[in-house]
Write a protein that binds this ligand. Structure first.
Ligand code: PRT
Ligand code: ZN
Length: 289
């Protein structure tokens, strides 16, 4: 019989994604006993281990089957053109890859950049973008501090990751076009996996879904006159029927339900108008539909 192999997950060793990735794994019930300054960390309660490496190496490690899963930004996976499958967007590490040019120059869009020098850490994605415009540009690969290259006259424009836009502004650059929107993703190898690994991955996906559902939902409780129940039920944007409980006052009831966070204020106001009082909202730790 084949020995049972441990499911190996590649995560960023030390950077913007590290803490959030560990939190995600802990939230889905995988426990670790310290991961700082370690390369390989075994989970305490699952047949899972983490390989902590630079984010740039994650897609290829997953492609080659050295790791079964990886957590990495879509920007990195697409730049490396790795042959992997994206299992799930993870809702953190959001950023965009954008073209930017010096405010002092008369470059309003990438169409003004034919034949010019573009500095970037993302030469593959940048080249694809210029190809899609039918333009030729000289793409210069820089591994860090891309934002200072126009000032050093190394480049005429840049293509770089942006989140708040503060770095561009500080460096006298104007964001022109976004060429990619990115967030961190759970990726899996396309190499065949044994059934016990597939079962574990399936289990984790259900848990991640539950976690994301919980994060995007709120539990709300309120009191209301008994005769307003129908009106209130119509307002609640939930597929599930609300919980209705009697109160000491026979004319009043308590109503409990779960709503999407995006509808919170709209629903609160309507509930109040329909006669609800003492509306309380609570975060949800986890939920499975
Ligand atoms: O050492 P290693 O190679 O693992 O790490 P790294 O230095 O390559 O990556 P790291 O930790 O900086 O980022 C990891 C991932 O976080 C990226 O691949 C993205 O998927 C994601 N991410 C999200 C970001 C940003 N937001 C971000 N703002 N990555 C980088 N930045 C940088 C950007 O390059 C620019 O220098 O932040 C600056 C811009 O930020 P704002 O807020 O000023 O616009
Ligand atoms: Zn990196």
């Amino acid at each position: 019989m084949e020995p049972v192999q441990t499911l190996r997950i590649a995560i960023q060793k030390s950077g913007r994604l590290t803490d959030k990735t560990i939190t995600l794994l802990e939230n889905i019930g995988i426990k670790f006993d310290g991961y700082k300054n370690r390369l390989l960390v075994k989970a305490l309660n699952f047949d899972v281990e983490l390989l902590l490496i630079r984010d740039d190496d994650i897609p290829e490690y997953v492609q080659d089957g050295i790791c079964d899963l990886g957590v990495v930004g879509a920007n990195v996976t697409l730049e490396t053109e790795a042959d992997i499958t994206v299992l799930q967007d993870l809702g953190f590490g959001q950023c965009r890859l954008s073209m930017a040019s010096p405010v002092s120059k008369n470059i309003k869009s990438s169409k003004d950049l034919a034949g010019k020098r573009i500095a970037t850490s993302y030469p593959v994605l940048t080249k694809k973008y210029f190809d899609s415009l039918g333009l030729d540009a000289k793409i210069i690969k820089i591994s860090g501090a891309v934002e200072i290259t126009p000032r050093l006259d190394v480049a005429d424009a840049i293509c770089d990751l942006v989140s708040t836009g503060g770095t561009l502004k500080t460096n006298g650059l104007r964001e022109m076009e976004t060429i990619l929107k990115s967030e961190s993703q759970l990726i899996r190898t396309n190499k065949p996996l044994p059934q016990h690994k597939l079962d574990l991955i399936e289990k984790f996906l259900v848990r991640i879904e539950g976690q994301q559902l919980a994060e995007n939902s709120r539990y709300i409780l309120m009191n209301a006159p008994k005769d307003s129940l129908e009106k209130i039920t119509d307002i609640i944007p939930s597929l599930n029927s609300p919980t209705v409980l009697p109160l000491a006052n026979p004319d009043m009831i308590a109503i409990h339900t779960v709503i999407p966070i995006t509808k919170f204020w709209e629903v609160m106001e309507q509930l109040k108008d329909a006669g609800a009082t003492g509306i309380v909202m609570l975060p949800i730790q986890n939920m499975i539909n």
